[in-house]
Ligand binder design. Sequence first.
Ligand code: NDP
Ligand code: 8X3
Length: 253
Amino acid sequence: MSKIALITGATSGIGEACAHIFAQQGYQLVLLARREDRLEKIAHHLTAKYGIEIKQIVADVRHNENLSAALEALPEEWKKVDVLVNNAGLSQGLDPIDKGNINDWDTMIDTNVKGLLYVTKIVSNWMIPHQSGHIVNIGSIAGKEVYPNGNVYCASKHAVDALSKGMRIDLLPHGIKVTEINPGMVETEFSVVRFKGDEDRAKKVYENLEPLIADDIADAIWYVVSRPKHVNINDMLIMPTVQATATIINRTP
Ligand code: NDP
Ligand code: 8X3
C-alpha cells in the first residue's frame, strides 16, 4: 500500500494545494473538511488524474465526538497515516479586543486550537504503534507576531506554535516528526472567510502586492515531508518577498 497523508481543511487554499501535491507524489489521501460537495469534486478530480485512492471525511474539527467517530470509521489499513497536515483553520473578524465578537473568538479558538488538538490526539495514537509519522501544523506569521486587531487569531496561532513545540517533545520517543509551517500573506479564501463573504474587502488585502499562493506553501510542505528519515525541519516562516513583518508590506503605489 502507498503512503497515506491525512489533510484537514482540504476543500480550499493551502489544504487543497497539499492534496494535489501529495496525490502527484502517489500518496493515498484522507481528505477532511465540512463542505461535502467540494470534497467530492476534489477527490474525483485527483483520483481521475493520478489514479490514487482517496477517503473523504465530512467533519467539523470543532466537534470531537462526530470527528472521532468519522475518523475511527476509516478501515484499519487507512489508519497507518504517514503524514498528518493539520491545516483546517480560519480567522473571523479584525476588531479591537473591546469590540470583538465572542462567537468569532469561540470559532477561532475551537477550530485553530481545539480542532487541531482533537485530530492530533487520534492520529498520533495511530502513528505510535508504527514508531513513525510526520505531523505538519499550519501556524502563521500571526503565531510569531501580534498585529493590531489580530488579538484572538494571533493568540490561536501562538497556541499552534506552543503546541507544535510540545508535540515535538512528547512524540520524540515515538519517532514522530513535528514541523510547523508559518506562512505570511497567502491569497486563498482566508480573507473572504475573515470578512464573512465581503469579497471587496478581502481583495484589498492583496491589492498592489504579489502575495504567496497556496502552491508555494504546499511546495514547502512537500519539501519538509520529503527530507531523509534522520532530518526534521522544526519550523519554517515563509513570507511573500514584499512582506517583512505582519504589517510592514511594500505595496506598489
Ligand atoms: P481557506 O479558507 O482557503 O481554507 C481553509 C480550509 O479550512 C477550508 O478547506 C475549510 O473547509 C477548512 N476548515 C475551516 N474550518 C473548519 C472546520 N471547523 N472543520 C473542518 N475544516 C475546516 O484558507 P487557507 O488555505 O489560507 O487556510 C489554511 C490554514 O492556513 C489555516 O489554518 C490558516 O489559518 C492558515 N494560514 C493562512 C494564511 C493566509 O494568508 N491565507 C497565512 C498563514 C496561515 P470547509 O469550509 O469545507 O470546512
Ligand atoms: C494569516 C495571515 O497576516 O492575517 O495567518 O495573520 S495574517
